[in-house]
Design a protein around this ligand. Structure first.
Ligand code: HGY
Ligand code: MN
Ligand code: MN
Ligand code: MN
Length: 410
């Protein structure tokens, strides 16, 4: 058996080089989905894959599928990949490591002229982050049939631009229908984005699944009025209501500790003028927990909290659940292949559930799926200071290769 070892330096250099596409002064990446920067990295990705002999297909929502032929033409490809879009204050590794680690696997096989049995597919999913267009994992969600293309097209960013306009503007509305490009299995490499692996000194996370996630949008409406001449007793201050609810979201999550998390991440005040009592506030809620029953309980508590605050401050309100991604368990055979892949590489490992959402949560609905985690410094992610080492990136890519080769040899 050839010594199939990935090239750590080449992977690291590619990570650092491509991080310049949307690179920020603080060392992160701001490369929002379906922007010109996203187009730049997509064009680069396509060209790179084509130099490795891949054919690149694109579906209606811009998901990119680069397929390297294998010995057999009668089986669907084994897929690896992740996402190249980032948060506004994103780091160099979230999503990117999964795509470029997969590219490194392809480069290694290409350099050794190694032919896998099944074809090998490298995927770049559209809009995994859900920052510009909610919900997250939108591209893989359309692929898996959770959403349809019309729903994706209708999503708008906070400037009122639709997904449909944005994907058209960068020319990535592909001709493949959702789910038309098939694969037999999916392995996604990703940084953990949490503190567990680093705190335990483990190099590889053998991911068992992804926790449940729910997103809500809340609009509180009071009344704009003069900050100087309006007595406190006559006010309908929407921001005071929102402030109460920001704290209540935090309290609900703490009440379901240690596994629950709750966050208000986006909040907009109207008219946002220093001497006008805020008439309206729009904000989002992100709840997560490994069990659906607890998420349902947290949702009920949120409903009650919104009602109570609206009565207390005499506000109108509307709120809706905009995303509900239930807990996901990954495929046992693929999990075993990752564990064996870590053992083969002599790397420490531990089983782990993902706190963050990933495209793998949706591909698991349509094909056997699992993930490989590597540590990130301080467990920090969705932050420009996100960091991990060349060795850990290489370890993740090596386990990805080992696992897919084991699965390919079945
Ligand atoms: O929200 C998430 O967990 C992912 O980063 N989109
Ligand atoms: Mn990610
Ligand atoms: Mn992310
Ligand atoms: Mn008051």
């Amino acid at each position: 058996m050839q010594n199939l070892t990935i090239d750590a330096q080449r992977l690291w250099d590619t990570l650092m080089e491509t991080a310049k596409v949307g690179g920020t002064a603080k060392g992160g990446i701001k490369r929002l989905t379906l922007t010109d920067l996203d187009k730049t990295i997509r064009d680069w990705f396509k060209a790179e894959c084509e130099t490795l002999g891949c054919t690149v297909e694109v579906d209606e929502v811009g998901n990119m599928f680069a397929t390297r032929p294998g010995k057999r033409t009668d089986v669907a490809p084994i897929a690896i990949g992740s996402h190249l879009d980032t948060q506004p204050t994103g780091g160099k590794f979230d999503g990117v490591l999964g795509v470029l680690g997969g590219l490194e696997v392809m480069r290694t096989l290409h350099a050794l002229n190694y032919e896998t049995n099944a074809p090998l597919m490298l995927v770049n999913w559209t809009n995994e982050e859900g920052s510009r267009f909610a919900p997250a994992m939108l591209g893989s969600g359309v692929y898996a049939g959770v959403f349809d293309t019309a729903f994706a097209d209708s999503r708008t960013d906070r400037q009122g631009v639709t997904f449909k306009e944005a994907i058209g503007a960068i020319g990535y509305r592909g001709d493949k229908k959702p789910g038309e490009v098939k694969f037999s299995a999916m392995l996604e490499l990703h940084i953990e984005q949490g503190p567990i692996l680093e705190s335990e000194g483990k190099t590889i996370g053998v991911v068992q699944g992804v926790q449940g996630m729910r997103w809500y949008e809340v609009t509180l409406t009071g009344r704009e009025a003069h900050t100087g001449s309006t007595p406190m007793r006559l006010r309908k201050n929407a921001l005071v209501g929102a402030a109460r609810l920001v704290d209540l979201v935090d309290a609900i999550a703490h009440a379901h500790a240690p596994d629950a998390v709750g966050t208000v991440g986006l909040l907009e005040v109207t008219p946002n003028s220093r001497n006008v009592i805020p008439g309206q506030v729009f904000f989002t809620v992100d709840f997560r927990h490994p069990e659906n029953a607890v998420l349902a309980q947290m949702e009920a508590e949120l409903d009650a909290a919104i009602e109570a605050v609206a009565v207390e401050i005499d506000l109108d309100f509307e709120h809706k659940k905009v995303w509900d991604s239930p807990p996901v368990k990954f495929d046992p055979d693929l999990i075993a292949a990752v564990r064996n892949g870590a053992e083969k590489a002599g790397l420490s490992h531990r089983d782990i559930i993902s706190g963050a959402g990933h495209d793998a949560a949706y591909t698991a609905r349509v094909a056997p799926t699992t993930m490989v985690f590597v540590p990130c410094e301080g467990g920090l992610s969705h932050n420009e200071a996100e960091s991990t080492s060349m060795e850990e990136c290489a370890a993740g890519a090596q386990v990805l290769l080992n696992a897919l080769l084991e699965y390919d040899a079945r």
